[in-house]
Design a protein around this ligand. Sequence first.
Ligand code: NDP
Length: 354
Amino acid sequence: SKFVTLKNQIEGAPQESNFEIKETSLKQISNDEAQLIVKNLYVSIDPYQLNRMKSLSSTHSATKYANQVKLGQAIDAHGVGRVVVCGDERFKEGDLVVGHFGWEEYTLINTTTADGFFRKIESSEFPPSYYLGILGIKIDNWVRIALEGISGLTAYAGFFNVCKPKKGDFVFVSAASGSVGNIVGQYAKLFGCYVVGSAGSNDKVDLLKNKLGFDDAFNYKEETDFDSALKRFFPHGIDIYFDNVGGELLEAAIANMNMFGRIAVCGVISEYTNKRRSAPNMLDVIYKRITIQGFLLVDYLHLFQEFMSFTCDQLRNDKIQAIEDISMGLESIPSAFVGLFNGSNVGKKLVQLE
Ligand code: NDP
């Protein structure tokens, strides 16, 4: 059974050489404990993993939400798998499960202790990969990250609860073709806002404008001055900025916010690989009474049912699209991960193992 492991802690941008593929003998279940062996079908590739691979001090706030990855071990990650060996009567071979498994071919689950980390997928209405992206499964026994499929609820909670939209608001979304960003833009359009996204290639801009219904979009890599770019796309100013990126785009967004504008700080991916920190113009924040709120989806698990019912209805009625970017094979996991930080992915990045 093959798995991906971290060779050394990462500084700056991740490289494929930071990772190694290793192999162990196939796992066996014990006769004394309720256990399952799951063959992983899809594994999730997420930017937050990078902060788990750095050497952070134990007092860093990021370490409260996710343990640091241990060198030499299979890297734990969200996944969807099929039960191939079953030692628990609540399951059967062939069941699809979603949970916190790993970048590995097979995961051994001790079902009593890992109850908080996985669930059976009961419905076959949507492709199982959706449970890692636009949909999710809520796991009540929350310990650390016990919600699989984090993009959809992050977009839902961040847009509807943190940004507090009003119809007609002018909304700017960065990393707009990414997993969270594209869903935010689609929700904002459904709600009746005017939405502009930024993304890192002309193909991504085309997707946003011509397939996902954004009112406009631009390739930030072709702009020399973000402030004047935003003035061009928002002649009436920005009411809501959903920030996935931080850095200079955040500074330019603040300069273009309207009075009482709201900024949801979802992620600052430009700062994960770079020592530069955003330097917002706080005088602007004060005079324009801007609200800047960081948030984590774990604080919004109470919205889960509402989010699922809304999003499933939109999917059923073709009012929202699930954008997935799937690479094949365990060996492609390191490059898939590295690609998140240079914009190779379009939509939710997954690796299919079978
Ligand atoms: P994405 O699918 O958006 O992948 C990352 C994207 O970020 C890339 O495709 C790339 O697109 C863009 N990007 C990478 N580096 C830079 C850079 N230096 N400057 C600008 N854009 C860059 O990932 P997710 O949707 O999973 O996550 C988006 C953000 O949301 C991340 O910051 C993540 O950490 C955060 N997040 C926060 C959560 C929360 O609870 N607060 C939960 C889940 C995610 P491009 O081609 O446009 O450059």
